[in-house]
Design a binder for this molecule. Structure first.
Ligand code: IMP
Ligand code: MG
Length: 171
């Protein structure tokens, strides 16, 4: 087991997620929102973020695979599970763990736009801006991080470490 170094502690994450939730609450005041989590990495972020959003909200989940495994992302994206409910006319917020090359979210933005939502925004817990291949931006970003591989708080390395409370760097 490699030595993991804490990048953001559970308290730092909680504080930042509370700020994001307050922003979303303000931006969509008086409206409904539908949070769509990208499985599995965003599950914990969605559960914490949603509890910091003081609005009428619903959840849905979407699942994709990038054919590459572990630290590599091959760039190909495949939809494994679409949303269960209609997104038409809804304020949709795509909730993702990491915005990296941007290939996944560019693809998902295209898929969800086809559902004709009223609005479509992206909330990404982490943003590796230097890694971008597609010019996509998130409306809500937890932390901008350098090009390092991170795990914990839902994020994995070969499916492990998702249950760590802190966000850690894999050396
Ligand atoms: P993108 O299509 O390159 O933006 O890929 C984003 C996806 O790659 C994220 O949703 C993560 O699932 C995965 N990913 C990228 N960087 C990391 C990392 O440092 N740790 C764990 N997963 C990562
Ligand atoms: Mg992911």
């Amino acid at each position: 087991m490699p030595e993991l170094k804490i990048l953001y502690s559970r308290q730092q994450i909680a504080d930042r997620v509370a700020v994001l939730g307050a922003q979303i609450t303000q931006d969509f005041a008086g409206e409904q929102v539908t949070l769509i989590g990208v499985l599995k990495g965003a599950a914990i972020f969605l559960s914490d973020l949603s509890r910091n959003i003081d609005l009428d909200a619903t959840f849905d989940f979407i699942s994709v695979s990038s054919y590459g495994n572990e630290k590599q992302n091959s760039g190909e994206v495949k939809l494994l599970k679409d949303v269960d409910q209609s997104m038409e006319g809804k304020n949709v917020i795509l909730v993702e763990d990491i915005l990296d090359t941007g290939l996944t979210l560019t693809y998902l933005t295209r898929v969800l736009s086809a559902h004709k939502p009223k609005s479509l925004r992206i909330a990404a817990l982490l943003d590796k801006t230097t890694r971008r291949v597609q010019p996509i931006k998130a409306h809500y970003v937890g932390f901008e991080i350098p090009d390092e591989f991170v795990v914990g708080y839902g994020m994995d390395y070969a499916e492990r470490y998702r249950n760590l409370a802190d966000i850690c760097v894999v050396p």
